[in-house]
Design a protein around this ligand. Structure first.
Ligand SMILES: Nc1ncnc2c1ncn2[C@@H]1O[C@H](COP(=O)(O)OP(=O)(O)OP(=O)(O)O)[C@@H](O)[C@H]1O
Ligand SMILES: [Mg+2]
Length: 468
């Protein structure tokens, strides 16, 4: 069911041992329909092959006749920096692999007995991972996904990351292959699914959403596949399912990892044969809609653990798209904040005066377990809570956000000690009738107490200035 205009995945294998080269090639060719594999045995050949822009991933050995180790990775990266490199090393040379990763390799595998079986997964992951991995701390930008789209349709991200994501979204939009969007809760999976739909030729048809976790198995089956009259009690007329209803549009299967086993088998049929059978029907009907699925649990792990069908996983994940959690792309946070401030200030008719540096730093340091959605809610709350025209300061932020700020716990020792000393001296000055008595209670002379108070910036009456 590949669309004719889908750019094929083209992998370059660099390996001088012909046996290993052949095994790797075989494993990669089985990865998905239409995949291309070019094999070369030297670095020089690899650099030449890389001039072909269609090559999207490199799998390379680190011991070649004309180059070794770090030299291989550096040379490949010098030609095409954006192409992920997976290094294959001899068993027992993990150190080498780690060094290669430091130089920018995307992943590594050691040549154990069945390492070639891991290659398709590593390639997929490397391609998915490169989606937003290139965070550009400098150039955040706000980009509409579709021309003239409403505010909610903006995908905000760092310039480099956004370009990479949009490139994949575009690639997905132009084809009909299933897309699997993986990401923690609130990372923007639905937003990306809608972008894929809107940027492609299917935008004039509908996008229909079905959450696979929300309803009972029998209801889900009838929602997706439809039913005929009399199929079960209450089925008083024929009803088309989502797959048919969507026509030439898109069906978005949210939380697909939660689909019960029987449903997984039926979904596999839709993907394999592009047809559905309504509940109670004896004929199948063709499906033209494209399928975009989302999961917040890594489906490869679920598949390995036997909780999700491996065959369905591979069918769904022809084009995997992994959205990193917000804590891995803190560079996007200021731009997202600006975007949400804009939205909620307009919606609530209530303007703030932006954020001060401290508040911004605290928001960037917080790990955002609820990702973009949690950030969005916090900004909405701030717009409602901070008085009109005031600057948002650190103390306005939700307690959980303030308390998680590592900087607050990384106060230098001398400042902590100074705070303790000031508090103690103030207390004794209040309690004791004279400075001499206060000094004695602290085990120091009156002169030493005065010197200390000067050093701590305290006035003679015990007040401190400037505050510590
Ligand atoms: N890059 C982004 N730019 C602007 N808004 C974003 C971005 N990512 C997410 N959002 C906003 O964050 C909220 C959550 O996004 P979305 O519903 O797409 O996440 P999700 O991954 O589907 O979450 P869940 O797993 O909980 O279903 C939405 O309001 C969405 O508009
Ligand atoms: Mg969602």
């Amino acid at each position: 069911m590949d669309g004719p205009d889908l750019p094929q995945l083209h992998v370059l294998v660099v390996e001088d041992d012909p046996h290993h080269a052949a095994c790797m090639r075989q494993a990669l060719l089985r990865m998905e329909p239409g995949v291309r594999v070019t094999t070369v045995d030297r670095l020089r050949g690899a650099l030449e092959a890389l001039r072909d822009p269609a090559i999207g991933c490199v799998v390379t050995d680190l011991r070649l006749a004309d180059a070794e180790d770090a030299g291989v990775v550096c040379a490949l990266r010098a030609v095409r920096r954006e192409v992920p490199i997976i290094v294959v090393t001899g068993a027992g040379s993990e150190e080498l692999a780690v060094a290669a990763m430091k130089l920018g390799a995307a992943d590594y595998v050691t040549k154990h007995a069945r390492y070639v079986e891991q290659l398709p997964v590593l390639v997929r992951e490397a391609l998915g991972r490169s989606v937003l991995a290139g965070v550009d701390p400098g150039g955040a930008e706000l980009a509409p996904v579709a021309g003239g789209a409403a505010d909610e349709h903006f995908l905000v991200g760092s310039a480099a990351g956004l370009r990479a994501l949009l490139a994949l979204v575009d690639r997905a939009a132009r084809s009909a292959v299933p897309v699997l969007i993986e990401g923690e809760t609130g990372t923007g999976k639905e937003l990306v699914a809608r972008a894929i739909h809107r940027r492609g030729p299917r935008r004039h048809a509908s996008l229909l959403v079905q959450n696979c976790a929300a309803i009972s198995e029998s209801l889900l089956e009838s929602e997706l596949f439809g039913h005929v009259r009399g199929a079960f009690t209450g089925a008083d007329r024929d009803r088309r399912g989502l797959f048919e209803e969507a026509g030439d549009g898109t069906v978005f299967l949210d939380e697909v990892g939660e689909a019960p086993p029987a449903m997984q088998a039926k979904l596999l049929r839709v993907l394999q044969h592009e047809e559905v059978k309504a509940v109670g029907a004896d004929k199948v009907r063709p499906v033209r809609a494209r399928i975009v699925a989302a999961t917040n649990r890594p489906l490869d792990v679920e598949a390995k653990a036997g909780r999700f069908r491996t065959d369905l996983y591979y069918r769904l994940a022809v084009l995997p798209l992994r959205i990193p959690p917000l804590r891995h792309r803190a560079a996007d946070i200021p731009r997202l904040i600006e975007h949400f401030l804009h939205r909620f200030e307009a919606r609530e008719g209530h303007e703030t005066h932006g954020l001060d540096v401290d508040a911004m730093r605290t928001l960037q340091a917080y790990p955002w377990p609820g990702n973009v959605r949690e950030l969005e809610n916090e900004i909405h709350r701030l717009v409602l809570c901070v008085p009109q025209g005031q600057r948002i300061r650190r103390h306005h932020l939700a307690r959980r956000v303030r308390d998680a700020d590592p900087a607050a716990h990384e106060e230098p020792l001398d400042r902590v000690l100074a705070r303790v000393e000031i508090a103690l001296i103030r207390q004794r000055l209040r309690e004791k009738p004279t400075k001499t008595a206060a000094a004695r209670s602290l085990g120091i002379t009156r002169e030493a107490l005065y010197a200390k108070m000067r050093r701590l910036g305290m006035r003679a009456d015990g007040a401190s200035s400037p505050p510590v």
